[in-house]
Structure formats: C-alpha cells, structure tokens
Design a protein around this ligand. Structure first.
Ligand code: PXP
Length: 244
C-alpha cells in the first residue's frame, strides 16, 4: 500500500469572484470551512503582489476559521517574507510571479537564483515554516532545491495538463514520476499541482512518491455547478482510486 496522498485545496478563485464586485461575497473563508468539513487536508492560498484574489486580511481569517494547515504561495520578495513571518503559515510555497501572467505559468528557477533564494529559504525554515519550491520537473531544479535546503518541492504539472495527445501527456507524466522519485531519494518531499482536473488527476495521483496535490481552479469552477463539497469529494475519490 502506498502512502496517503493529501489534497490541498487552493481557494484563490473564490476570492477572484468576490473581488469582481468589490464586496465580501463569496468569502474564501467559507470555502476553507467547507474544505475542512469535507475532508480536505489543507488550504492553499496565493497572496499575489497585485492582490488580485487573496488579500492580506484574508490570511488571518482563513487561519482562524479552520485547523487545516495553510500553504501560503508567495513570490520570493522581502514583502512576502515579512508577511509569511507575521502569519506563520504551516508551509510557504515559493512561486515565480510576473504581474502580467494570468496564473503561475512556469516553475521557479531555483537553479539560476540560488543566491537570491538561499536567505529567504533559510529565514522561513528557521521560523519553522515548511518551505516548498514550485519547480519544473527537472533534475537540475531538484538538485538546486537540495542545495537550498528546501524540505519540499512542488512539481509543476502544467505541461502535463496542457499536453496535446496521449503520448505527450504520458511523456510528461513519466518525467514527473521520475523527478518525484529523485526528490524522495534525496530526502525531499515531492508535491505536485497546476491544471489538474477530474480527467487528468489519476495518472499523477498514482505516482507513489507524491505526498500532496494542490488543486484550485478546476475545483472552484466545478463547485459552481455541483457545490464545493461535491467537487472536493469527487476529486478525493479519484485520487484514492488512483492510489488503490
Ligand atoms: N500549486 C501552485 C504552486 C500554484 O501556483 C497553483 C496555481 O495557483 C496551483 C498549485 C493550483 O493550480 P490550479 O489552480 O490550476 O489547480
């Protein structure tokens, strides 16, 4: 039996809809409560530089509302470091961030940015925050994560999710599986996420070394039609079936 696979639910896009009207509905805190009630393992939220979805004040409210671990996605900046140290989330996932992108489009260049990332990873780690690096599934990025002392990497599944044709998707899945195995051998806990849906989650969930998937946009989109509890439970069942 392989080890359990956690589901972290990214609730950013509840806040996207709230912000579209500038009011306080729908509240991402309510989404976090529902995720907690229906067996989600964690809440993920990305505080972007432009605050286009989650806002500063949401973080404390989310933390107060549930006992689930909060995984704060953040850019590698002094501003975000200060916010993380103030809020003390369970985990901080360092992501690349460009203002003009619609979502996090590529992995963090951990290999090319060692000197910039090292003090940040150290300061988060010393504070007791579990640092994760959102990287492409590439050997040189895993090796860089090792040199940086990051305990976790999150492998970017965007290329897998957007691959055209079965052969391309399978090639990308195999690359993710190989990099998850490499990370685990090196003592780094591998997670994965981005672009996962009911249709494509199975082959990723079946990768035995992965400990956590972080899924957002699709779950929130499906929740419009069937409710958040139903969308989270269905994803959970698909993940469990792939692991069985
Ligand atoms: N993991 C990370 C590090 C991300 O930046 C995102 C997107 O915010 C996700 C997971 C979730 O991706 P999606 O919303 O496509 O499920």
């Amino acid at each position: 039996m392989s080890r359990p696979l956690r589901l972290g639910v990214n609730i950013d896009h509840v806040a996207t809809i709230r912000n579209a009207r500038g009011g306080d509905h729908p509240d991402p805190v309510r989404a976090a409560e529902i995720v907690a009630q229906c067996g989600g393992d964690g809440i993920t939220a990305h505080l972007r530089e432009d605050r286009r979805h989650i806002r500063d004040e949401d973080l404390a409210r989310i933390q107060a509302a549930t006992n689930l671990p909060l995984n704060l996605e953040m850019a590698a900046t002094e501003e975000m470091l200060a916010i993380a140290l103030r809020h003390m989330p369970h985990a901080a996932c360092i992501v690349p961030e460009r203002r003009e992108e619609r979502t996090t489009e590529g992995g963090l260049d951990a290999a090319g940015q060692h000197n910039r990332l090292y003090p940040l990873v150290q300061r988060l780690g010393e504070a007791g925050i579990r640092v994760s690096l959102f990287i492409a599934p590439e050997e040189r990025q895993i090796e860089a994560a090792l040199r940086l002392g990051a305990p976790v990497v999150e492998l970017h599944t965007g290329e897998y999710a957007h691959a055209v044709g079965e052969a391309a998707a399978e090639a990308e899945r195999a690359r993710i599986a190989a990099m998850a195995a490499l990370a685990a051998r090196e003592g780094i806990e591998p997670h994965a996420g981005h672009g996962l849906t009911y249709d494509n989650v199975g082959p990723i969930a079946a990768i035995a070394e992965l400990a956590e998937l972080n899924i957002g946009h699709y779950l929130i989109g499906e929740a419009i039609f069937c409710g958040l509890e139903a969308s989270v439970l269905r994803m959970r069942r698909l993940m469990d079936a792939a692991r069985a």
